[in-house]
Design a protein around this ligand. Structure first.
Ligand code: PMT
Length: 222
């Protein structure tokens, strides 16, 4: 554990979905299972990193030698990440964070009414952008889940969120991306890219960790 590609480095990885409460019994969320983020945490620990997972609600066991902080909402996740960022060399945002939350959380269960109903939503904070634009600033890796123009949208997010690397994930295919055991991605950084073909999330995570270690080192961090 002390000789891997990430030996001596501290990693924080977000994983899973967030839940945005509507009332005491309901929430808005998404299909993220946490598998990709947990596979990254396992691979990072195997590569020698001191690894912390900031996890939304998932049904997965914590990988060996990984510390886990459980959160529910996007705002909880932001608070947990900001508390960890002072002791973090590399931050990886793999969570599927809700972009919006209900504008108000009702204290009592919402009663059924007429035929139509609507919800007012407000923007959640962008966690990875907050980390990438804060101080201290770790080497920051984001994911981009897209259903079309995957690489173009990912490049745009890399710049807009001020990231060091982004992992573009085409989530338009039912058997890849969200909740599946396999994935295929393109890792993109300012002056390069690398396509990682279809593989189990565990194998892909090992490749991504190796690539992140290399990019982190060549960005002058080692
Ligand atoms: O969990 P699994 O079932 O294994 O599925 C894996 C995955 C498909 C969820 C994962 O591989 C993935 O693509 N995660 C990112 C999902 C996502 O929300 O992408 P996005 O394009 O909406 O967000 C872009 C980046 O900003 C992501 O790094 C995201 O974590 C981050 N973000 C987004 C919104 C927000 N409010 N705060 C954020 O930090």
């Amino acid at each position: 554990f002390d000789s891997g590609a990430l030996a001596g480095l501290r990693l924080v990885i977000t994983a899973g979905p967030t839940r945005e409460a509507l009332d005491p019994v309901r929430y808005l969320s998404n299909h993220s299972s946490g598998k990709m983020g947990y596979a990254l945490a396992r691979a990072a620990a195997e590569a020698g990193a001191v690894t912390t997972l900031v996890s939304g609600p998932v049904h997965l066991d914590t990988p060996a030698h990984v510390r886990r902080v459980d959160v529910e909402s996007a705002r909880d996740m932001l608070d947990a990440c900001q508390a960890l960022v002072a002791d973090c060399d590399i931050f990886i945002a793999c969570a599927a964070v809700a972009d919006y939350r209900p504008a108000t959380v009702r204290e009592q269960k919402i009663k059924k009414g007429g035929e139509h109903s609507s919800l007012k939503l407000i923007r959640n904070p962008d966690i990875v952008a907050a980390i990438a634009n804060g101080t201290p600033r770790p080497f920051t890796v984001g994911f981009a889940a897209e259903t079309q123009d995957v690489v173009d949208y990912a490049r745009d997010k890399l710049q807009r969120k001020n990231l060091d690397l982004i992992v573009a994930n085409d989530v338009s295919k039912a058997d890849l991306g969200f909740a599946s055991d396999e994935n295929e991605v393109t890792a993109i950084w300012r002056d390069g890219a690398s396509q990682l073909p279809r593989a189990t999330k565990h194998n892909l995570a090992r490749e991504l960790v190796a690539l992140i270690a290399e990019r982190h080192a060549s960005a002058g961090n080692r």
